[in-house]
Design a protein around this ligand. Structure first.
Ligand SMILES: [Zn+2]
Length: 131
């Protein structure tokens, strides 16, 4: 009987939290939240393996937007729909704005447009000769 009463009493866990039971529920909850976050992070990392081009160094919002544009283009949406433009010095290169600071560079293969890279505005200006 006494043991039963004991287990109902609040106690201080080694972590410093106060609660009932054998384990600290606050810490268990915190740990599972942490595990979820880690799983999300891993899934995010692994998702880059499915991309046609390397997007792993880009901010998350840029990655999501770029993937959307690439997917839509694979479904025959024209680059002009995304306000994409051909470069003046190389008409086979198409530059599509992804966000204010990033552009998706594609190459016109004649029959289809192939994504090549997502570059920041600064990189883009550097590789743009003679303008
Ligand atoms: Zn705790």
């Amino acid at each position: 009987m006494e043991a039963k009463n004991m287990s109902r009493r609040k106690k201080k866990f080694t972590c410093g939290h106060i609660g009932y039971g054998k384990v600290c529920h606050k810490c268990v909850q915190k740990q599972s939240l942490r595990d979820n976050k880690r799983q999300e992070k891993n899934a995010w990392k692994e998702s880059f393996a499915n991309d046609m081009i390397d997007l792993s160094s880009l901010p998350k919002n840029v990655v999501i937007k770029a993937r959307q544009i690439i997917r839509d283009m694979q479904n025959n949406t024209c680059y002009t729909y995304f306000r994409g433009k051909r470069l003046r010095h190389d008409h086979f290169i198409i530059s599509i704005p992804v966000t204010r600071h990033y552009r998706l560079i594609c190459r016109d293969n004649g029959s289809f447009v192939v994504p090549e890279a997502v570059v920041s505005h600064e990189d883009y200006n550097v590789c743009k000769p003679g303008i």
